[in-house]
Design a protein around this ligand. Structure first.
Ligand SMILES: NC(=O)C1=CN([C@@H]2O[C@H](COP(=O)(O)OP(=O)(O)OC[C@H]3O[C@@H](n4cnc5c(N)ncnc54)[C@H](OP(=O)(O)O)[C@@H]3O)[C@@H](O)[C@H]2O)C=CC1
Ligand SMILES: Cc1cn([C@H]2C[C@H](O)[C@@H](COP(=O)(O)OP(=O)(O)O[C@H]3O[C@@H](C)C(=O)[C@@H](O)[C@H]3O)O2)c(=O)[nH]c1=O
Length: 289
């Protein structure tokens, strides 16, 4: 019987896991708050593992402020690398497997094809680099790992591109959005469901996996989809990356090939626009209350 502990429980994916676990009727899953389960505090982690005796830990804790990380390297590295390493050490000591969530930003973003798990990771940002370091530490310490790289996460919870666009769309007459960065959005509820299904399968098959929704889009077309589905009336202009300077460089192309996760675990993945419709309906029903 699986016994799961989620770290980073109050973040976007942590909250999605809580919602999906309740829908699936999973009761042996625990969401200790950061004060009780800080991944930088080895003693605290030891106590959490003693208390819950997990068969699986899911690491949703991360430093995700991509631009800020460029100037906050030490903290980004502590959380994304050392925190992951701490969890892998605890899992090893207590016989648990670890789901380590990672990102498309470990790639440079210059391939002419969807990225497979064995493609060379060459991060171009501090966030991407520290996430890759976290992956490498986990893999070196703990063979019983699932490293799941995902991209462009959004949901009804926490901060994300969908919620930012809905807010900006309501406040402004026009928006300029990058059209030459291409990838795939991922509804964090779909990812949470896939993670819980992988754990429930209980068949090992450890390793690196790519997971996003199906399809390909740009940030511009993603925004157009958000405004179309939510009936938001705002003028949008497609722009180049060079016209929207940011502190961190982002990959131009980070579409991931999901064949491995689909084949290994028999997971079917929704098309990105279909999931976006579900999320916006969810947001609309929350806002009505
Ligand atoms: N968001 C995205 O677009 C994408 C995210 N990912 C990856 O998915 C995973 C989940 O991301 P998401 O849920 O969106 O991120 P969030 O930023 O929403 O959540 C991360 C959570 O980790 C918490 N945290 C930070 N430091 C610690 C710590 N020392 N101990 C315990 N918790 C801590 C944060 O708390 P606080 O807010 O207090 O700092 C926050 O609640 C991450 O691994 C991320 O790298 C991958 C691709 C895309
Ligand atoms: C707000 C805004 C953003 N953009 C662009 C900037 C950027 O290239 C893109 C997305 O911006 P954001 O800052 O919302 O997203 P960003 O933080 O870059 O998203 C990334 O987060 C990390 C955690 C990941 O792991 C990645 O997979 C990815 O989801 O949209 C515009 O072009 N116009 C705008 O008005």
């Amino acid at each position: 019987m699986e016994n799961i502990v989620v770290f980073g429980a109050s973040g976007q994916l942590g909250q999605c896991l809580k919602k999906v676990a309740a829908i699936k009727g999973i009761t042996s899953i625990f969401f200790p708050p950061e004060a009780e389960a800080n991944i930088l505090d080895a003693d605290l982690l030891g106590k959490v593992f003693e208390q819950y005796k997990p068969t699986h830990a899911i690491n949703c804790a991360a430093y995700t402020a991509v631009d800020k990380a460029e100037d906050d390297i030490d903290l980004a590295r502590k959380i994304n690398k050392t925190g992951a390493e701490n969890l892998a050490i605890q899992c090893k000591a207590h016989g648990a497997a670890l789901v380590q969530v990672s990102t498309d930003f470990v790639f440079k973003g210059n391939t002419p094809y969807p990225l497979v798990e064995d493609d060379i990771a060459e991060p171009i940002s501090i966030y991407g680099l520290t996430k890759l370091e976290g992956e490498q530490d986990v893999a070196a310490i703990l063979p019983e790992h699932y490293i799941i790289r995902t991209s462009w996460l959004y949901s009804e919870f926490a901060n994300n591109f969908v919620k930012t666009m809905l807010k900006l769309g309501a406040d402004r007459d026009e928006l300029k959005i990058i059209a030459d960065q291409v990838g795939t959005p991922t509804y964090a509820i779909d990812l949470a469901s896939a993670i819980l299904d992988i754990i429930a399968a209980g068949e090992g098959n450890y390793g690196i996996y790519h997971y996003s929704n199906e399809g390909v889009t740009s940030w511009y077309d993603f925004a157009k989809g958000i405004f179309d589905i939510s009936n938001t009336d705002v003028k949008t202009y497609p722009i180049r990356t060079s016209e929207y300077p940011t502190r961190a460089i982002r990959p131009a192309f980070s579409v991931m090939d999901k064949s491995r996760i689909k084949k290994t675990f028999g997971i079917s993945i929704p098309y990105w626009r279909d999931s976006l419709i579900v999320c916006i309906k969810e947001l609309e029903s929350i806002n009505k209350i």
